[in-house]
Structures are given as structure tokens and as C-alpha cells.
Design a protein around this ligand. Structure first.
Ligand code: ATP
Length: 363
């Protein structure tokens, strides 16, 4: 990337608390970019979500999808409203449509507690927890190419596991373990003892992982993995799994960090990515200033770090690291306690604390 160049970010505030947390997080990301110098961020704030569907009969304007497709990265807050649904009763989830549209097969959910946030597990080793859950995000039990069927007496769903996606996913997970260099271990989480789709996934995973001899590849059944998450998650490095299992396990991962308000994520494909907090639109607290913006700040940090590798923008990576460090420092004294953990700090208090720390950091 040339010095002083501009990175173009498509931004979807979406619905509910998404609309509240987006402006201050964009301000923080801009401030981090300005501190490093050498690049700037251009945000295109786009319409889309359940509220847009209610008013216009489609989830986003076609121009928004075009703009997002042409951007260097996409930052999305949250979409969906409980009372806005398609005629068949399904929720409006344009974020899932973006995964399919752009082939974002790797849902990356890092699980690392923010120091100073009240630990969920009592074992002191939990402070060392630092793993990444990679959720396959375009097929599995969510595969839109194989919708379920329903009659008056029976409903069925279909799980789709393909060789092509499993190979890409395995390469992605092994590359990630190599880059992290924290044990270089990738665990496939499956249920290969019961379902042929998972037996197939395991076979393809093993074949493909053999191409990464510097990475240890292993498997665990999902039920045993759920126990590991609760009892000794600090032993995990990179875990990779099917879409539905990933959906469930990533909420458990978020809980281990203190709650949905702390869990960032990315949906990554080939050259394209959407960065989004794990949480939804939280209608129960929307409009009250109570939402914890930490997950979105950390998602913006992941975006900047991805842009470093993807667009050759080392300053963006530095800006991401600054944001992350500012979050760690803001929470470190233990006095900033968010509402979901029984404290008083809402959106404004967290943003102010992170902003102050960002200003103090040496770029
Ligand atoms: P989705 O189906 O879109 O994932 P959901 O309704 O299952 O949405 P969330 O919207 O994430 O889940 O909300 C789950 C709970 O977590 C709610 O009680 C909500 O208030 C709380 N919550 C979610 N995000 C935050 C946040 N950023 N700060 C504080 N509380 C949050």
C-alpha cells in the first residue's frame, strides 16, 4: 500500500443496538488510523437490515451490495428484528446473505478474555485462554442450497458438506495456526461416529491437513469438545467445525469472554471479508445506551489486522493492534464494569475509556 493511501470500508449499522454502537466505533477506528499515520479510512455507511426490509420489501438496496462488493472490507454491526420476518416466518438475516454472496466460508471467532473483565471460569489458567473457533459459514446444516422440507406430519433438514469447502477450510485453519504460532494445533470438531457427513468431513480434513506437516491435526467429538470448553479451554489452539456446531459453540466461546458484548468475529472468503460482533441486535436493550461496544471495537481491530495482510497495509495492522491495546488498558484496572456483568458502564462509558487509552498509547 502506498503511503497516505485510503482504505475503503463499507459499513452496515443495521438494526437495534447496531445503530447506536456504529458511529462511536467508526470514530475510534479513524482515531487509531490517524495515530499511526500513513493511511486513512473512508467509510461508506450503507442501508440494510430488518428495518429496511419492513420499509422497502427487500433487505438492502442493490447499490449497497455493489458498494460492499467493491470495498476493501465490510464492517457490520448487527441486523434483525424479532417482529420483522419473511412471509414464511424466517428471520431477516442479510448478514447471512452476504456470507453466501461473497463466499465467506470461514467464520473466525477468537476467544481471548479482555484482561480486567471479570473471569467466567474460576481456574486461574482461564486468563491464559486464547483460541480461535473457525465456523464453516456457507454450508453444513445451514446450507441454503438444500432447504429442508415440511409436511403436516414431518420436517427434515439436510446437512451439506463439500470436499471443496472442507479443503479450503482446512487450509485456512492450518494457515491460521501457523500464523498464531501458539502450538500449531488444529482440532476438527465433529460427530463422525454418528453422521456420514461428518465422517466425510473428517476424511477430507485428514487428507488436506497432511499437506501442512508443521501443524498437528486432531479430532474431537462435539460433545467432548463442549466439556473441554467448560473445563480446560486454555488447551485449545485452533478449532474448526461445521456451521451449526460453530453457531452454538461460538456463543459458548463468547460466554467464556464475559458475554456477547465482548466477542468479535470475522467472516472471511477469498479476498473479501465481513467483520461483525458475535452479538445480535439486542432489542431488549436497544435505544437505552446500555450496549457494550467492545465486541464491535475488537471486530474493527480484526478488520484492520486483516487489511494489513490482505492489502499490504502494515499501518492498518498497527492501528488494529492499538485499538486492541486500548481496550485491554481501559478494562485492566477492573473498574470499568459493563451492564451485562452487573456494572454501570454503558456504550458511552466504554467508548470514553477506550478513547482515552488510545490517546495515551505510543503509536
Ligand atoms: P441473534 O439471533 O441475532 O444472534 P439474539 O437475540 O439471539 O440475536 P442478541 O441480540 O445477541 O441475541 O442478545 C442476546 C442477549 O445478549 C440479550 O439479552 C442482549 O441484551 C445481550 N446482548 C447482546 N449484545 C450485547 C451488547 N453488545 N451489550 C450488552 N448486552 C448485549
Amino acid at each position: 500500500m502506498r503511503p497516505n493511501s485510503e482504505l475503503h470500508i463499507a459499513v452496515f449499522p443495521g438494526d437495534g443496538i447496531g445503530v447506536e454502537i456504529t458511529p462511536p466505533v467508526l470514530r475510534l477506528a479513524e482515531a487509531a488510523a490517524a495515530r499511526t499515520g500513513g493511511f486513512s479510512l473512508r467509510f461508506d455507511v450503507l442501508e440494510g437490515g430488518a428495518g429496511y426490509y419492513r420499509d422497502h420489501g427487500r433487505t438492502m438496496p442493490a447499490s449497497a451490495l455493489d458498494t460492499a462488493g467493491g470495498a476493501d472490507a465490510i464492517l457490520l454491526a448487527a441486523m434483525g428484528l424479532p417482529d420483522v420476518r419473511y412471509p414464511d416466518g424466517r428471520e431477516i438475516t442479510p448478514q447471512v446473505d452476504l456470507r453466501m454472496e461473497f463466499g465467506l466460508f470461514a467464520g473466525v471467532r477468537p476467544v481471548r478474555p479482555v484482561p480486567g473483565v471479570r473471569p467466567v471460569l474460576v481456574d486461574p489458567r482461564a486468563a491464559e485462554m486464547d483460541f480461535v473457533l473457525v465456523r464453516e459459514s456457507t454450508e453444513g446444516l445451514f446450507a441454503p442450497q438444500a432447504p429442508g422440507t415440511r409436511t403436516a406430519d414431518e420436517a427434515r433438514e439436510t446437512m451439506v458438506i463439500t470436499r471443496a469447502t472442507t479443503e479450503k477450510l482446512t487450509d485456512f485453519a492450518c494457515d491460521l495456526a501457523r500464523r498464531r504460532d501458539r502450538g500449531r494445533r488444529v482440532t476438527l470438531v465433529d460427530k463422525a461416529n454418528v453422521f456420514q457427513a461428518f465422517a466425510f468431513m473428517r476424511e477430507v480434513f485428514d487428507e488436506r491437513a497432511a499437506r501442512h506437516p508443521d501443524v498437528t491435526a486432531e479430532h474431537t467429538y462435539v460433545d467432548a469438545f463442549a466439556m473441554i470448553l467448560a473445563q480446560r479451554p486454555w488447551e485449545i489452539d485452533v478449532a474448526v467445525t461445521e456451521n451449526m456446531f460453530g453457531d452454538i459453540l461460538s456463543d459458548l466461546g463468547a460466554a467464556l469472554m464475559g458475554g456477547m458484548g465482548y466477542a468479535p468475529s470475522a467472516d472471511i472468503g477469498e479476498g473479501r471479508a465481513v467483520f461483525q460482533p458475535c452479538h445480535g441486535t439486542a432489542p431488549d436493550i436497544a435505544g437505552k445506551g446500555l450496549a457494550n461496544p467492545t465486541a464491535m471495537i475488537l471486530s474493527a481491530a480484526m478488520m484492520l489486522e486483516w487489511l494489513e495482510a490482505e492489502k499490504g497495509a502494515p499501518e492498518a495492522g498497527r492501528a488494529g493492534a492499538l485499538l486492541r491495546e486500548a481496550v485491554d488498558r481501559a478494562f485492566a484496572p477492573g473498574s470499568l464494569v459493563t451492564r451485562e456483568l452487573g456494572g454501570e458502564a454503558g456504550t458511552a462509558a466504554v467508548i470514553a475509556a477506550v478513547e482515552a487509552e488510545l490517546g495515551r498509547l505510543d503509536p
